[in-house]
Design a protein around this ligand. Structure first.
Ligand code: AMP
Length: 230
């Protein structure tokens, strides 16, 4: 079967994908590109949390502020946020989860939730990258607190300095993007992601992609990994 035809069949069947990767591995950038290419919702837990913090005055918004220190929010909150998005009709035939699940407890809760609707994760993509490269990428990152789009001060500046190309909001530097917090987040990721990756490997759905190459290269590698997974 030709590549275009195979891709068409993939699109027809939808896709349920989890993106796993340390801070700065490109989850957000790749997640947005992949979701657009496949016509499925991009569910980025971190971006949803930042939007809640920026726009709500609620208990949830207050509880979510721990993310500024680089700490994880409690599993129950992360699960509730993800399940709400996954219950929407547009997520019925496929979705791309970015930053969720982040540990095995969340992955188990996600499996149980999906099972109720006779759904399951088709493929978990692990983005593999060296920590030093990550610190370099994140120092200089600008983030839109409204739509979640990210930029880089040198590598990918917005068209109008300081403003989001997509929604026009004022861009910010994430508090958790300071160098010592990046290290903290990376260590936390290491601790939690080992068992998470093992969980998906045991299910036979794990694919690992080298995330240290350029954006297009990583994108192509993920697409091949996901297409080969079915
Ligand atoms: P990210 O945008 O994926 O780098 O996430 C930013 C921050 O949001 C993380 O450092 C955590 O503090 C929090 N966060 C996002 N997703 C989760 C999750 N699934 N579980 C716990 N905390 C999360």
């Amino acid at each position: 079967m030709g590549r275009a035809r195979r891709l068409w069949r993939e699109l027809e069947h939808g896709k349920r994908v989890v993106l796993i990767g340390p801070p700065g591995s490109g989850k957000g950038t790749q997640g947005a590109r992949l979701a657009t290419a496949w016509g499925i919702p991009h569910i980025a837990s971190g971006a949803i949390l930042r939007r809640i913090i920026a726009t709500e005055d609620s208990d949830l918004a207050r509880a979510a502020r721990v993310i500024n220190e680089g700490k994880y929010i409690p599993d129950a909150i992360a699960n509730a946020i993800a399940f709400r998005e996954l219950s929407k009709p547009e997520a019925e035939s496929g979705f791309l989860l970015d930053g969720y699940p982040r540990d095995v407890a969340q992955a188990e809760a996600l499996d149980a939730f999906l099972r109720q609707g006779k759904r399951r994760i088709d493929v978990a993509v692990e983005l593999d990258i060296d920590p030093d490269l990550v610190v370099e990428r994140l120092a200089g990152r600008l983030t839109c607190p409204n739509c979640g789009q990210t930029y880089h001060i040198r590598a990918m500046p917005p068209q109008k300095p300081g403003f989001c190309d997509r929604c026009g909001s004022v861009l910010t530097v994430r508090e958790d993007d300071q160098p010592e917090r990046i290290r903290y987040r990376f260590d936390l990721y290491r601790e939690k992601s080992g068992p998470l990756v093992a969980f998906y490997r045991e299910q036979g759905v794990l694919r690992t992609v080298d995330a240290s190459v350029d954006e297009d290269g990583v994108f192509t590698a993920i697409v091949s990994a996901v297409m080969g997974a079915r």
